[in-house]
Design a protein around this ligand. Structure first.
Ligand code: NOJ
Length: 742
């Protein structure tokens, strides 16, 4: 579907002003607006000063020292001929000084308000330093936990990612970019980066157009419709054409179909990389391809700066197209109010990492933790009943590692670790013994194990805070083995062997393969990298001051060989079933080839995940009623309501994330066996019930069909309203093309 985003009156103003300025610009000044250069971390070299004075710099990335930013802006405004201010870009990914959970953790909140609030705070803090543009949100669909950048994503599902990514954009940009604390956002990485082969960063993605349209592009379409200020193409190769030189993607889809009005910035050096990909001969050719494909501004490399003048004189590029690119960039500068005032007075802003910001980070971390296991309701812990607690693990008291990847401006001084928060919450008489056990999560040495074992033996309970350090995920940090690294599994096994119950808290940038410890521990809380206030959030949850409510935004495999594994698979002609699954150990020697049921199973591991998408426990117990449908038929114009009653059968007030899934049973291209189509995070008081409704209309049932256009086909659908994706209780309804005669 194509909709034309409406321009607000302030953006219309920005367009008029940009147009007037454009008329005054020389060719060289126009070309200068296409360049983003790297900051110098608190300095301004003579070359940089001169380049700004000459109007050759449009934007600076990675400068966060406010006096330096103000001086850069002053040079641009007072010493360049036309006084055009600078865009100051920075990766503000999950907080600024106050660090929120990694985006994948934020996605586990399934809470738009929480995510919007986090982005708002990140924007306020970044703007207070002079940053006016972030390269976030990352809305790549990610189904491969080997890929290090899964940490920066909002998970595997296009619907969840679209809603949460939209919330992030709103938080950064607010209602109006002209607001002093607003910063421009950037939808990245367009498109297919999350599908890189074998989870290796920067590699290639082969994705059919149908899959792209139905799964990968929807969050980007949402971002364009919402008016995200900028887009960034992916580093990766999409179906043989690297995204940074992909005309189909940036021109046909983004501009022609979606009518996107903002501008496209390359990724760091990604235009130059086109030659390494083998798409271009050299930098000049790369500049031509990127230009034709639709990149408006080049990040850091200088293919445009060096070669566009020559390409113009050879009539290979068109000046009117350059003007269109400049127009878009100037419009953003006007929309941000930079022409009125490009200076930042940090004192006009609230303090960085203030109490309120840290409380918001704690709220996000609390909602993001997912309780995966709670045998015999061992959690929450009753501090009055515990004489002694052993706190164990390399991540239990590490202010830095809990922050996660991509936190250039995060300040670990504000971090509260699990150890300090547990000490604060445990009873005054409770003895707490801390043993790190391993120097880092990667350590192989067992030299400290005996001290850990003694501590565990002497304690009523062991809380182990394990996982992976932040450097093991993020850009260019992919892994083939996603087990707990180092000797952590051995350490967990030895602590479990003491007989002291083990509560395992995992901090990680991805779903790790934890089947090897899952059955051994008594409880398992997945905390992702939870950010500044992660320790307080975890301790509150363990001691029942807060109730776990996060749910998985991504499927947890049993073993890495199952990857990619996601809930919304297609059926296949011979779907895996419990009945036909035979483990290889049970296959008779020289059994005939056809003896195994011939379905889509692996021989060595059951086809189901360890934990399904959408899963997460609470201290409350919820019962879902049968699904009720207002009608069993709807037309292309009408809608029906699907509802359930959810009862909290416990004495605990909690929140439940209720999920709506639909399956289109027969369609002209095959459809997933289940697709998320709605969710609500709702409070449900102890011993009370609520009715939850979802409206279903034809648009919700549409998809990109055989011609890759959005269509809605009549037919039968299954509908589930469920606590997670792996439930069986559904209803059936029918979409009919003709009007209903009542
Ligand atoms: C490379 C990353 O791919 C991108 O996400 C980031 O915004 C830029 N570098 C700038 O740091």
């Amino acid at each position: 579907m194509t909709t034309t985003p409406q321009l607000s009156s302030s953006s219309q103003q920005a367009m008029l002003k940009a147009e007037a300025l454009l008329q005054k610009m020389t060719l060289s000044e126009k070309l200068g607006q296409l360049n983003q250069v790297s900051g110098q971390y608190g300095g301004i070299s003579a070359d940089l000063r001169q380049a700004i004075q000459s109007g050759n710099v449009s934007s600076v990335i990675n400068e966060v020292d406010t006096p330096t930013i103000n001086e850069l802006q002053r040079i641009a405004v007072e010493e360049s001929r036309l006084g055009i201010p600078l865009l100051i870009g920075r990766d503000v990914i999950h907080g600024f000084t106050t660090v929120f959970p990694i985006p994948l953790g934020q996605a586990a909140t399934w809470c738009e308000q929480t995510i919007e609030a986090g982005a708002r705070i990140a924007a306020i803090e970044a703007a207070s330093r002079g940053v006016n543009w972030t390269f976030a949100p990352m809305i790549d669909i990610t189904r491969d936990p080997r890929w290090g950048r899964i940490a920066e994503s909002l998970g595997e599902d296009p619907y969840l990612c679209s809603r949460l990514g939209g919330a992030m954009i709103k938080g950064f940009q607010t209602e109006s970019l002209n607001e002093r604390t607003a910063i421009a956002a950037c939808a990245k990485h367009f498109a297919g980066y999350g599908y890189c082969e074998s989870g290796r960063d920067y590699s290639f993605a082969n994705i059919s157009e149908n899959e792209l349209r139905n799964t990968v592009l929807p969050p980007f379409k949402m971002a364009a419709d919402l008016g995200v200020a900028t887009f960034m193409p992916s580093f990766s190769d999409l179906n043989g054409v690297p995204a940074s030189g992909n005309h189909w993607l940036m021109q046909q889809v983004l501009r022609d179909e979606w009518q996107y009005q903002g501008f496209v910035v390359s990724d760091w050096g990604s235009i130059r990389d086109l030659t390494v990909h083998g798409l271009s001969e050299d930098d000049k050719h790369a500049a031509l391809l990127a230009f034709n494909a639709g990149i408006d501004m080049e990040m850091v490399s200088d293919c445009y700066a060096k070669h566009l003048p020559e390409l113009l004189s050879e009539n290979k590029v068109d000046e009117s197209k350059i003007e269109q690119m400049v127009r878009r960039i100037l419009q953003l500068k006007y929309a941000l109010g930079l022409f009125e005032n490009a200076q930042t007075n940090s004192e006009e802003f609230v303090a960085l990492a203030n109490h309120e910001h840290l409380l918001a980070a704690k709220d996000a971390a609390t909602k993001s933790c997912v309780l995966l296991k709670n045998a015999d309701n061992i959690l929450p812990l009753d501090s009055s009943q515990l004489a002694s607690i052993a706190v164990i693990g390399p991540l239990a008291d590490d202010k830095y590692e809990q922050l996660g990847t991509w936190i250039f401006d995060g300040d670990e001084q504000h971090s509260v670790t699990c150890l300090s928060a547990i000490k604060a919450l445990a009873g005054a008489d409770t003895k707490i013994t801390f043993e790190k056990g391993l120097d880092t999560t990667r350590s192989q040495s067992e030299e400290h194990f005996s001290k850990v074992i003694n501590a565990a033996q002497d304690s009523d309970i062991a809380i182990m805070v394990m996982g992976e350090e932040s450097i093991l995920s993020g850009e260019a940090h992919s892994r083939t083995n996603i087990d707990l690294p180092g000797a952590q599994v051995q350490l967990i096994e030895q602590v479990v062997a003491t007989g002291t119950p083990v509560i395992l808290v995992i901090m990680a940038g991805r779903p790790l393969t934890i089947a090897n410890v899952n059955d051994k521990v008594s409880a398992l809380l997945y905390a992702w990298h939870p950010g500044s206030m992660g320790g307080e959030a975890v301790a509150d949850l363990l001691f029942g001051r807060a109730v776990p409510s996060g749910k998985l935004p991504v499927t947890f495999p049993r073993v890495v060989g199952q990857v990619p594994i996601y809930y919304s698979q297609k059926s296949s002609g011979r779907p895996a079933t419990n009945e036909t699954f035979v483990h290889q150990n049970n296959i008779p020697v020289r059994a005939t080839q056809t003896s195994l049921g011939m379905t889509a199973n692996h021989l060595d591991v059951h086809f189901s995940p360890l934990y399904p998408f959408g899963f997460g426990l609470s201290y409350a117990t919820f019962d879902y009623s049968e699904i009720r449908l207002s009608e069993h038929r709807l037309t292309m114009e009408s809608s029906i309501t699907a509802s359930v009653t959810i009862s909290n059968r416990s004495e605990v007030d909690s929140q439940e994330i209720v999920q709506l899934y639909i399956r289109d049973l027969v369609a002209s291209t095959t459809r997933p066996i289940k697709e998320l189509k709605g969710f609500k995070r709702l409070p449900i008081k102890a011993y009370s019930s609520i009715d939850v409704d979802f409206e279903i209309n034809a648009e919700l049932l549409g998809f990109y069909g055989p011609n890759n256009t959005f269509i809605t086909e009549p037919g039968r659908f299954n509908v589930w309203i469920a606590p997670h994706s792996d439930t069986t209780n559904y209803q059936v309804f029918e979409l009919v093309s003709e009007a209903l005669n009542n």
